[in-house]
Design a protein around this ligand. Structure first.
Ligand SMILES: NC(=O)c1ccc[n+]([C@@H]2O[C@H](COP(=O)([O-])OP(=O)(O)OC[C@H]3O[C@@H](n4cnc5c(N)ncnc54)[C@H](OP(=O)(O)O)[C@@H]3O)[C@@H](O)[C@H]2O)c1
Length: 246
């Protein structure tokens, strides 16, 4: 048990964060859940905080204190676009390896995090999508784009998603564009009832081809999160994309 990977989940009470907390508790033979962090504990229902403490999960808003005390190996970053860069930078500066699932990092942010990881010789993983099927969808879309003149992406998500277009759609368009020099339009749909879905539609003379990935439940992201938390302690640079570690 002493060799367990020590993990902090940032954004612990969000939709992804709470699922990640459950997952790390389930995998307690491999991972020690040091704490879950929230933006401000005074805004959280004390009953909810008590429930977590009774489950043995410490919830705090002091991420700085946690990382400065070097209490963790890995920070699983599942917050919001306004927090993701600052939290990831804080982790890297203090020798805690970030596994970044939250969207909102700009090209400049990525560059800065990558340089810092290299300078400090520690790992970082940025995964716009932790679902295996989404990675395969991107791979197949790149392959198909070599054979079709035109393609468009439709990404459909729940109506609470704050960013638009999704990080996965941007990445898919980027990968397809890189291999073919095409500009791929992205359309976004936000509706209650959806989790995450993406279609890449190709059109040619008299035919269309659609590649679709559907996240029915957030549990589909968890194997990618645990895989990344295992991998990030073995590397000493920033890796972008789950496809580069599977
Ligand atoms: N990579 C993937 O596979 C994948 C899959 C799904 C979602 N995502 C991304 O993951 C992120 C979270 O998604 P979600 O659906 O869980 O969103 P969510 O339900 O809105 O959860 C985000 C949580 O982060 C909290 N938060 C914001 N700033 C914080 C800070 N500085 N410290 C601690 N907590 C903070 C928010 O609290 P407040 O309410 O106080 O702001 C909220 O509870 C989003 O960026 C989403 O796009 C990634």
């Amino acid at each position: 048990m002493s060799n367990r990977i020590k993990v902090i989940v940032s954004g612990a009470l969000g939709r992804m964060g709470s699922e990640a907390i459950r997952t790390f508790i389930e995998h307690k033979d491999e991972f020690e859940l040091v704490a879950g962090t929230v933006r401000d504990t005074s805004n959280i229902d004390p009953k909810l905080l008590k429930n977590y403490e009774e489950m043995g999960v410490h919830i705090t808003d002091d991420l700085t204190g946690l990382v400065q005390a070097a209490k963790a190996d890995v920070l699983v970053e599942l917050t919001t676009p306004d927090s993701v860069f600052e939290n990831s930078l804080l982790a890297l500066k203090n020798g805690v390896r970030p596994v970044i699932g939250a969207t909102g990092l700009s090209e400049e942010d990525l560059k800065e995090l990558s340089l810092l990881a290299k300078k400090n010789q520690i790992g970082a993983i940025v995964a716009p999508n932790f679902a295996l099927g989404a990675i395969l969808m991107m791979r197949f879309a790149v392959e198909a784009s070599k054979y079709y003149k035109k393609a468009e992406i439709i990404e459909l998500h729940h109506d609470k998603k704050v960013d638009m277009p999704s990080g996965t759609a941007i990445k898919t368009a980027h990968m397809m564009g890189k291999s073919t020099n095409k500009d791929i339009p992205i359309h976004s749909v936000r509706l209650p009832g959806l989790v995450a879905k993406q279609q890449v539609i190709f059109g040619s003379t008299g035919e269309t081809l659609t590649i679709e990935h559907n996240s029915i439940d957030r549990s589909c992201f968890m194997p990618g999160i645990t895989l990344s938390a295992r991998k990030v302690v073995e590397i000493n640079q920033l890796i972008y994309g789950l496809e580069n570690i599977i």
